[in-house]
Design a protein around this ligand. Structure first.
Ligand SMILES: [Zn+2]
Length: 284
């Protein structure tokens, strides 16, 4: 009896876990990896310099798998655009040489938001860039925007966008990202501020290197509370490369030549940033 009860208990626990993590057999199979769980996903391959002392950049193609991201009548699905742009940045970095590069995803797969920066941290990355494409009901909205982390967005539009991008962690109505940071120590606050300043310098370089090559939004540098940027120890940017809801931007985002130019411009900003990098705020 006792053994049976234990078995029933184990089955019940499994059923609850399966329900919570969306692993029930109904519906399409969803590969989920919870941040901090034992079942971490494997680390991606690192390309580029064989010298492990060279800086490592992790490029994150937003969305993927069952999460298509935004869509627009001109531009197809955001998840495909972000993957093509991430590959373009990687290729440009490899062409320039001197760095190591990894992609959080190199195909159409779903990753939990926190696992994206988690991959970068586990690899000991020196910089993290998450690539997205925007959509707006206002068809005239266009141009690229560079986001750094803020606890609050710099305006209502940034807040709405952060809400939409962060929603990718809600699967089957269950929020996977609600482990709010217990950030009370002064040291952590200091590290956060230093990392924010470094990310802002990184952002300024993306803007500078993109001038004349990319079109930027009229208010191109913003702050928003993106989960994917919440690393205390990793300079991180989220780049919305353009609006797939705008006909001109959508044409660019789907044009291999424009993608290559985007890759070159982001790659040169990354390389200048890394060359100037000062020691980390908190030693690993
Ligand atoms: Zn997105």
């Amino acid at each position: 009896m006792a053994g049976c009860a234990a078995l029933l208990g184990a089955v019940a626990a499994w059923a609850i876990l399966a329900l919570v993590y969306g692993m029930q057999s109904a519906g399409p199979a969803v590969r989920l990896t919870l941040p901090g769980s034992l079942g971490q996903i494997g680390l991606p391959a690192v390309a580029g310099s064989a010298d492990a002392s060279r800086p490592l950049v992790v490029i994150d193609a937003g969305h993927g798998g069952h999460d298509p991201g935004a869509s627009g009548r001109f531009g197809g699905k955001e998840k495909a655009v972000t993957l093509a742009l991430a590959l373009a940045v990687r290729n440009a970095l490899l062409e320039k040489g001197g760095v190591r590069v990894a992609l959080t995803r190199a195909d159409d797969r779903f990753l939990v938001l926190e696992e994206r920066a988690g991959i970068a941290r586990r690899l000991g990355a020196d910089a993290f860039v998450s690539i997205h494409a925007d959509a707006s009901e206002a068809e005239e909205a266009s141009g690229a925007t560079i986001y750094t982390l803020s606890d609050r967005g710099s305006d209502a539009i940034a807040n709405r966008l952060a809400l939409r991008e962060n929603r990718a962690d809600t699967v089957n109505g269950v929020a996977l990202n609600d482990k709010s940071d217990v950030v009370s120590s002064i040291l952590v606050d200091l590290a956060r501020r230093q990392m924010r300043a470094r990310s802002q310098r990184f952002s300024a370089l993306v803007l500078r290197e993109g001038q004349g090559r990319l079109r930027f939004h009229s208010d191109p540098e913003r702050e928003a509370a993106f989960i994917v940027l919440k690393s205390l120890d990793l300079p991180s940017l989220l780049i919305e490369a353009g609006y797939i809801s705008n006909s001109g931007d959508a044409r660019d985002l789907n044009d291999p030549a424009w993608r290559a130019a985007f890759g070159k411009s982001i790659a040169s900003a990354i390389q200048i940033y890394l060359a100037r990098q000062e020691p980390a705020a908190i030693a690993p």
